[in-house]
Design a protein around this ligand. Structure first.
Ligand code: GDG
Length: 476
């Protein structure tokens, strides 16, 4: 029987320490309903890399180590210093080096070598995220002919930004080697179609399939969700645990919660500035409100991240310095991870979820916050219009995170919102959550990845430019 292979940079092996991050959360949920083999980096760096397999229930995990230069060039280098900032619209933070690009290509070749040792011809391969764009090409070069899908968890910027990436013409067209390329939002998918149109001369019509020879590539939108009902049940239980109770009792009055990996895309310092402006404009709330910001560290070896750590803690210190009383601390900034259960309990206890990334593929925290609310007395979600989740969550208080005064005004509106409006908004948000529940997500993607004759209704379109050289504009 055909097996499903999931490939991503990191693999969350059951029982190993938890790495908070949206991709792991999504893939762990997907594996609960789809038995898979999950292959990726072990998280170990070694001069003598090893590859090993762990089996757990109906899933297998194959993890491989990285050499120190691969870790520097592929992970810390090209993936985190070029693709991550540029895909989040931050050309100003990108640091390109040709050596890093070759390290990135080399690790993709290594993953392909490990994969072909175990792949059977009728297996299906589903590749995740920006670390592994060239993987389909590397697998095709090794003779693998079956279906390969790709899903991008982060945004894809418009071609006007993407084409500023040195060597984009070597990298982005490699997505054409996949049978299906999936995005979080229609906007991301449209950006990709526009890139193909501008750079490769393909028609910018997303409902058509693009491809060459006997293969064709499709583009689709598959917004990720969460395990809605299980998370709601977890939150009900979690809010009663002794630890959650102790935290909640130590935070009197109205509670605002923010949960973000320490990453510049999450807009944490701007969010603190917005809260500061709210406090300055609304002295009646002094002593009656707390903003709890939970921010586990991530990627601390990269300069921008360690600088941001300093910027966030000094913003929190500045606000506490300016507004605190002996009996009141307006910001509680916590720089470490909590268990999923504790997080669920804290979401449930919070009156406002403040989720204001400057750019985000989807943002699961927004979805978890909504799932955790008591429908009879729900809190209010304030959400950046630049999170993918904003497409589905039209009933959140949508804000522009670059405008701290507007975010401050949304905080004032949220804390004063009448129960009837909170319930009406929450009802719509919860219905949206169920529509994109993660239990359907894997099925939808894998169905779309099936060969065209089993999907029906799709017209083939074979643009000649997919096989030919890049469009002349690409070389200017
Ligand atoms: C990428 C994309 C896309 C956070 N702190 C703790 C903790 N978390 C969990 C949250 C949530 C996850 O991590 C974060 O997910 P997000 O979606 O918010 O963000 P990214 O990590 O940037 O995820 C994103 C996602 O992939 C999925 O496609 O939505 O746009 O950037 O589940 O709860 N978990 C625990 N302790 C913490 O302290 N246990």
């Amino acid at each position: 029987m055909a097996r499903i292979f999931i490939i991503s940079n990191r693999v969350a092996i059951p029982g190993a320490s938890d790495h908070p991050g949206g991709l792991e959360v999504v893939l762990k949920a997907t594996l609960r309903t789809h038995p898979c083999v999950w292959l990726g980096w072990s998280g170990e760096v070694s001069e003598k890399p090893r590859t090993r397999t762990v089996t757990n229930r109906s899933n297998s995990y194959i993890v491989t180590d990285l050499k120190p230069e691969d870790f520097d060039e592929y992970y810390n280098g090209f993936a985190n210093r070029v693709l991550w900032p540029i895909f989040h619209y931050r050309l100003d933070l990108a640091e390109f080096s040709r050596r890093d690009l070759s390290g990135y290509m080399r690790v993709n070749e290594h993953f392909a070598d490990e994969l072909v040792k175990v792949l059977e011809p009728d297996d299906i391969v589903w590749v995740h995220d920006y670390h592994l764009i060239p993987l389909a090409k590397a697998l095709r070069a090794r003779g693998f002919g079956n279906r390969i899908g790709f899903f991008l968890h982060i945004p894809l910027p418009p071609p006007e930004i993407l084409t500023a990436m040195p060597n984009h013409e070597r990298l982005i067209p490699l997505l054409g080697e996949y049978d299906l390329v999936g995005f979080q939002t229609d906007g991301d998918a449209a950006n990709f179609a526009r890139y193909l149109a501008k750079e490769l001369g393909a028609p910018s019509h997303m409902s058509l399939r693009l491809g060459s020879g006997d293969r064709a590539m499709r583009i689709g939108t598959f917004p990720v969700g969460i395990e809605t009902h299980p998370f709601t049940r977890l939150a009900r239980r979690a809010v009663k645990t002794p630890f959650a109770r102790q935290v909640i009792e130590s935070l009197p009055g109205t509670l605002i919660i923010g949960v973000d990996r320490l990453d510049y895309s999450k807009g944490i310092t701007l969010k603190l500035e917005a809260y500061e402006r709210f406090l300055a404009a609304h002295p009646q709330w002094h002593g009656r409100i707390t903003y709890l910001q939970i921010t586990p560290k991530s990627r601390s070896q990269i300069k921008e991240y360690s600088e941001m750590e300093t910027a966030v803690s000094s913003a929190a210190g500045r606000i506490n310095g300016a507004f605190s009383e002996a009996s009141w601390t307006p910001v509680r900034y916590v720089n470490r991870p909590y268990s999923r259960t504790t997080l669920a309990g804290l979401y449930a206890a919070a009156d406002v979820g403040l989720v204001t990334p400057m750019r985000d593929g989807m943002n699961l925290v927004a979805k978890e916050y909504v799932a955790a609310q008591d429908p009879e007395n729900p809190g209010v979600l304030i959400l950046s219009r630049f999170a993918g989740a904003a497409d589905e969550f039209r009933d959140a208080l949508l804000v522009n995170p670059y405008d701290p005064d507007a975010v401050a005004a949304a905080i004032a509106r949220a804390v004063a919102m009448p129960l009837s409006e909170r319930k009406a908004r929450h009802g719509e948000l919860y219905a949206a959550l169920l529509r994109s529940d993660i239990s359907h997500w894997g099925d939808k993607f894998l169905k779309a990845l099936e060969p065209p004759d089993r999907q029906g209704g799709l017209r083939d379109f074979i643009p000649p430019a997919m096989e030919s050289k890049p469009h002349p504009a690409a070389r200017q």
